[in-house]
Ligand binder design. Sequence first.
Ligand SMILES: [Ca+2]
Length: 230
Amino acid sequence: MADSQLAMRQTLAVTVAVCAALAALASADDNKPQLSLPKANLCSNRQKHFFHRGHSYLFSWRANAQPETWFHARNYCRDRCMDLVSMETGEENELMKNIVQEGTRNGQSIWTSGRLCNFNDDCKRPDLNPIRINGWFWATPRVRMLPSDQKTPFSANRAVNDWSSAGRCGAQPDQCDNRVDEACMTIGNNLFGDGIKWHDETCHLQKHFICEDSDELINFVRFNNRGLNL
Ligand SMILES: [Ca+2]
């Protein structure tokens, strides 16, 4: 088998393996309701503020949506056949970083779908530990992020790490809050004089957010609503 095929199969195997753990994200945020199923009318009428590689994006501040906790921000997006944004390539990351400056003031941050596995026993699996390094996922489309300590020079079409080297407790993700996990990932606007960078923050904070089309949810609604303009 060619190396590329083997790598693809290994990636697929890892992805499948983590899906079960990520299914628990539906009830992962303590004392919060379940993840929303999409609403056909909201999907069809969702605002589209930006387009990239076949996906549309919604910016909560332009939609006059209120800042939300990470979980409720997800549901706002999911109601509209979207989910919080996942920056799976350097190119997408740079595009989102440019937009963050529009939606935040200096010292503010916005939610992405980046999530730490911290919600059930599956997160104790050896391959996910140490959890601060190997336990990060894009909640949609349910794929693991690179190990947080892996250095990645900017590359347009490859996975990227953009964790800040600065923070109250050091390089991100720093889990600086000692009362509750900093289990959700933001893009911060110069939080520590560090420019536009990724940070781990506590999920209950209310922030603006970016939604991105979810192929899975769009297909779900399309299947049940033939001919609906999505
Ligand atoms: Ca942090």
